[in-house]
Ligand binder design. Structure first.
Ligand code: G3I
Length: 368
């Protein structure tokens, strides 16, 4: 289902330029009519003054159809879910295809929505040509030069248009037996060819290309104490060397039973103590086990547990609103999620789930 939707949206996207201003006679966008009574509340409005609320999007959602009106009303921030990744932007060396991402970024600018750029350096969805030359692994010097040029070209292309970049994504995987690691560092091609300095270099190059962009290190399981320690040590090292880093992105792909909000809160506080911003960058709450196995319980019960989990986490985010600048969901509606079977988002078929109402209700609840 998902690839078909993505392909259809992509095909339409190249044919269509959006018309952002909705005409007064236009029908309400999907989801806008649903509600307990009256119009659907806006998440962005509900949390105004606490932190920004956002979601990842695909180009089709802002370029075709009328979902863009819904997005503009619900969110302060969007993250293109895939279109700013090297694999999609730079299929061959020195040639870029910015068409999809440009349309999303231009739409956001015209509609007063901020953009998080995701991501510049990652072991997945990297551009494979970067790591080889003439069929052999590339030298350290050439990989650094290719990384420098890529970051300068891409961040430079969006200078002044992208609010915050995930400069490096998922450099650490401590204690994960499925990942090849060294002292907690993921032995990605970046790490193996350049060494741990690849992180520092990426941040320096990004800052050169857009001195005003906010630069983030982004990772999953940031509540894991071993990963927290590695992130804190990395930030201290970068700060000691005068490398520009402005924040930590917490992906927050959550499950019904783990982690506890207090675990993520500990990391959020540790980041704030370092003087950095916190963004929650990829929030969702899976309705399955971590290995994808179904959970016991009927659908209504699971949806209600999911709603409580969302509320618990938003309560923790509110307690830490001085430390958290933005909370971004990894998608809008379950069918378009990276894990549709896990039904992890606030909407299903663009209609609000119990979790949506729990998040809205939480916004105004007294904090003890
Ligand atoms: O672009 C190709 C298209 O050309 C091809 O026809 C189609 C066939 O399936 O695949 C398309 O690529 C897909 C891509 O998303 C774009 O839609 C890939 O198969 C698919 O694997 C890829 O998945 C993305 C995944 O990152 C890649 O690792 C997910 O949509 C995206 O949600 C996910 O996002 C990551 C974050 O970047 C980092 N944190 C974890 C998060 C979830 O995995």
């Amino acid at each position: 289902m998902r690839p078909l939707l993505t392909l259809a949206a992509a095909a339409l996207a190249v044919l269509a330029r959006i018309t952002p201003a909705a005409t007064p006679t236009a029908p309400p966008a999907q989801g806008e009519q649903a509600g307990r009574s009256g119009p659907l509340p806006s998440l962005a409005e509900a949390y105004r003054g606490q932190f920004l609320v956002g979601a990842s999007v695909s180009p089709g959602q802002v370029i075709v159809g009328d979902t863009y009106r819904f997005i503009r009303r619900q969110f302060d921030v969007i993250t293109p879910e895939n279109d700013l990744k090297p694999l999609l932007l730079a299929r061959t060396e020195g040639s870029y295809d910015f068409r999809m991402a440009d349309q999303v970024v231009d739409w956001a600018r015209k509609n007063g929505v901020k953009v998080r750029g995701h991501c510049l350096v990652w072991h997945q969805q990297a551009a494979p040509w970067m790591f080889t030359k003439d069929g052999k692994p590339v030298s350290r010097e050439l990989l650094i030069e290719r990384m420098r040029k890529y970051i300068h070209d891409v961040v430079g292309h969006y200078q002044g248009k992208i609010w915050a970049w995930d400069v490096v994504n998922e450099a650490f995987a401590p204690g994960d037996p499925k990942v090849d690691t060294e002292r907690g560092w993921r032995r990605s091609e970046w790490y193996q060819i350049i060494g741990p300095e690849y992180v520092e270099l990426a941040f320096r190059f990004a800052h050169e290309a857009d001195p005003d962009a906010l630069l983030f290190y982004n990772d999953y399981d940031t509540e894991n104490p071993a990963k927290r320690d590695l992130i804190v040590a990395l930030v201290r090292d970068l700060q000691k060397k005068g490398v520009p880093i402005h924040g930590i992105g917490h992906q927050a792909h959550l499950y019904l039973s783990r982690p506890a909000p207090a675990q993520l809160e500990d990391t959020i506080k540790a980041v704030a103590r370092l003087g950095l911003r916190n963004h929650v960058t990829e929030l969702d709450v899976s309705l399955r086990e971590r290995d994808g196995a179904p959970l016991d319980g009927d659908e209504d019960e699971l949806l209600s547990r999911q709603a409580s989990r969302y509320a618990d986490f938003f309560r923790m985010f509110r307690r830490n609103r001085e430390r958290i600048e933005a909370v971004v969901l990894w998608g809008i509606t379950d069918e378009m999620s990276w894990h549709p079977l896990e039904e992890p988002l606030l909407f299903s078929e663009m209609e609000p789930k119990p979790a949506f109402w729990a998040v809205v209700d939480e916004a105004a609840r007294p904090l003890q």
